[in-house]
Design a protein around this ligand. Structure first.
Ligand code: CUO
Length: 681
């Protein structure tokens, strides 16, 4: 990252503060030509900023008229699920995309700063950085440090400011804000026992990044985008269910009846911005209502959602969709032609206005589902209340209703999946290759994995102004002890055989403590890792670290890491990490139970010659979290349908997991996960 690229990042700091406030811990000041406002130097910053970033006056025509980009009020919520907000994002991104190079983008963005909604501003600048070739080495700082008020209650942040106000003015030691196992509710309601998971910072960041890379309505049509929308969210729901079963809670139920009250409310206690505007709240047993927000020009009826769902189900069962001209378009997966029906279905269901095969007919079930839930407490703006967090792509995963909505979405995809022909035994096998043994090892102990609590620090003062004082947020989160997968594999071929190693995890028993059958367990298999391996002839011992997982992002990069002062600053980490997409590594394992909970690992080797995708092998840009995020500027690197082999119902000859396990290239193995709480070392 060169100096100009690094300077761009100061625009991510203090998104709600004017640019004449110092950034970079008081060392950097933007100086806008022809702006005579004196710098807002805070009381505790000694001396004046040493770096002055000169921003010349710009006469670009686009800067005079930002289109609808200024339509979202400053300080209010920005929602990618609202069509009008997506248009605003498109207009702003179009302006930023016309820049060339980091300096140009910095100057244009600095001129826009303060004129548009701050969440929209951060979204647009992130979007452009991820898409411009010349900015490919720019690393985005953690969303937690940019918007701390979305992770810690306003009350906690206000207390930090009060402490600062009372402190000796000469003190320079950072103020520590502990945010331990305090979440948005008490255990009086069983759902709140999962708050640590839903409100985990990494989960929110993952979801934010994913939608940044695969947005709707932004003219982004990446390889298998629709299928990835299905798969990433399917895996999110599966992992949520694993956590629920760990806690003895029933699996999440789909929200398929919009005409009965939603049992679980949500009160996040978080604020949208530094100005203290609160996210909307939802009482328990709120009845969803028609969405009539005149001020943003968005309207949808519950009946619309029901009609769209019914049309989508018709399409799934009839095997075709109807395009805008009335033509029938088949939606079966066809491996020979390369057509993936699931992409067509997903673009119509999510829905992307431009990519949907027939937006007026199939509507926008998922996006408006978010909106109806986000505004259920004030659907017509009678109370002038803000949307709930489920309307914000950055933190929607905190709300329990998110999972019920996405379970509904996933239910449609699963309905589609079971209409696909099952895999044949031949498609699942790999002659000549046998897994003799496979399992996991942690600290020299086999097949017992440990989870528990750990802490992680972020600089809250990068996102919020605390009189110039450094403020550190110390967050408690679930984590696990790293472990290795070990496989003993026989290659009976004469030469080397390249294989794809696929590893999944699922609970062995259901909520009634009965061993699950194939169809019950099928949608709970969580991808843990997927990688290629060159098997030499004869015996092979494969060792793979849990940290190398194909679904995870190793660590969130803080401002400090990027500047070179934080712990995550090894060059290896920066190289892998800079795109920031991927499931949080610390949430790779489900919690398990203190006494131990039995899960199953499923290992499968497939033929890389059939799995490989041309042109994808050469580039590794943004290849972390590849299974959920794909590879930037390249095709998705696995030709098989996502979730293979569990995306289809079983072949008649392979009706149970034990049948799958008797194929030589697979291995099913029990593993125990113990939750150690504070004792995790
Ligand atoms: Cu990710 Cu609904 O798509 O939140």
């Amino acid at each position: 990252m060169n100096i100009e690229q690094q300077q761009l990042l100061y625009l991510f700091e203090l998104p709600q503060e004017p640019l004449n406030r110092p950034r970079g811990k008081g060392s950097v000041l933007f100086v806008l030509e022809n702006d005579d406002t004196p710098p807002l130097v805070t009381t505790r910053i000694a001396g004046s900023p040493s770096i002055k970033l000169q921003v010349p006056e710009r006469n670009d025509v686009a800067l005079q008229d930002l289109g609808t980009a200024t339509s979202i009020p400053i300080g209010s919520a920005f929602s990618f699920f609202l069509a009008s907000h997506r248009r605003a994002a498109k207009d702003l991104c179009d302006v930023f995309m016309k820049t060339s190079g980091a300096k140009d983008l910095m100057e244009v963005a600095a001129r826009v700063h303060g004129r548009v909604n701050e969440s929209l501003f951060i979204y647009a600048i992130s979007f452009v950085i991820l898409r411009k070739k010349e900015l490919q080495s720019v690393r985005l700082p953690s969303f937690v440090e940019v918007f701390p008020s979305r992770f810690v209650p306003q009350e906690t942040l206000a207390k930090a400011q009060i402490r600062i106000n009372r402190m000796d003015p000469n003190q320079r030691e950072p103020v520590i804000v502990e945010h331990g196992l305090e979440f948005s509710g008490t255990h009086l309601k069983p759902e709140h026992r999962l708050s640590y998971w839903r409100e985990d910072y990494g989960l929110s960041v993952h979801h934010w990044h994913w939608h940044l890379i695969y947005p709707v309505g932004m003219g982004v049509d990446r390889d298998r985008k629709g299928e990835l929308f299905y798969y990433m969210h399917q895996q999110l729901i599966a992992r949520y269910d694993l956590e629920r079963l760990s806690l003895g809670l029933p699996r999440v139920e789909k929200l398929d009846n919009w005409r009965v009250p939603i049992e679980d409310g949500y009160f996040p206690k978080l604020t949208i911005s530094n100005t203290g505007r609160a996210w909307g709240t939802r009482q328990d047993n709120t009845l969803p209502k028609d969405f009539r927000r005149r001020e943003i020009g968005e309207f949808v009826d519950i009946t619309d959602l029901e009609i769209w769902r019914s049309r989508l189900l018709d399409a799934i069962h009839q095997g075709f969709m109807v395009d805008r001209k009335g033509n029938k378009v088949p939606i079966r997966d066809d491996v020979t032609s390369g057509q993936r029906g699931i992409d067509i279905l997903a673009e119509a269901l999510e829905a992307d206005e431009d990519l949907s095969i027939n937006y007026p007919f199939y509507g926008s079930l998922h996006n408006f589902g978010h909106d109806i839930l986000a505004f259920s407490h004030d659907p017509d703006n009678a109370h002038k209340e803000e949307m709930g967090v489920i309307g914000d792509v950055g933190i929607s995963v905190k709300d329990p209703a998110f999972y019920r909505l996405h379970k509904l979405v996933d239910d449609l995809f699963q309905e589609y999946n079971v209409t696909q022909p099952p895999y044949s035994e031949e498609e699942l096998s790999l002659p000549g290759i046998t897994i003799e043994k496979a399992g996991v090892v942690r600290d020299n102990e086999a097949d017992v994995l440990h989870t528990g609590w750990r802490k992680r620090e972020f600089e809250a003062s990068r996102g919020i102004e605390f009189s110039g004082m450094p403020v550190i947020l110390r967050l408690t989160h679930i984590d696990h002890k790293p472990f290795d997968y070990r496989l003993q594999v026989n290659n009976n071929h004469r030469g080397t055989k390249v294989v794809t190693v696929r590893i999944f995890l699922a609970p062995k028993f259901n909520g009634q403590e009965q061993e699950m059958d194939f169809m019950e367990q099928r949608i709970l298999w969580c991808e843990m890792d997927k990688f290629t391996y060159d098997l030499k002839p004869g015996k092979n011992h494969i060792v793979r670290s849990s940290k190398e997982s194909s679904i995870t992002n190793l660590e969130e990069l803080t401002f400090g890491d990027i500047e070179g002062s934080g712990p995550g600053n090894s060059s290896e980490q920066l190289a892998i990490n800079f795109c920031g997409c991927g499931w949080p590594q610390h949430m790779l394992l489900p919690r398990g139970r203190p006494e131990g909970m039995v899960f199953q690992l499923f290992f499968m080797l497939t033929d890389y010659d059939q799995d490989k995708v041309l042109n994808s092998g050469q580039t590794r840009r943004c290849a972390n979290g590849v299974s959920f995020c794909g590879i930037q500027d390249a095709k998705y690197p696995d030709a098989r349908p996502m979730g293979f082999p569990f995306d289809r119902r079983p072949a008649p000859v392979l009706s149970e997991m034990s049948d799958y396990a008797r194929l030589g290239n697979t291995y099913l193995h029990d593993v125990t996960i113990k939750f150690l709480g504070e004792k995790l070392n």
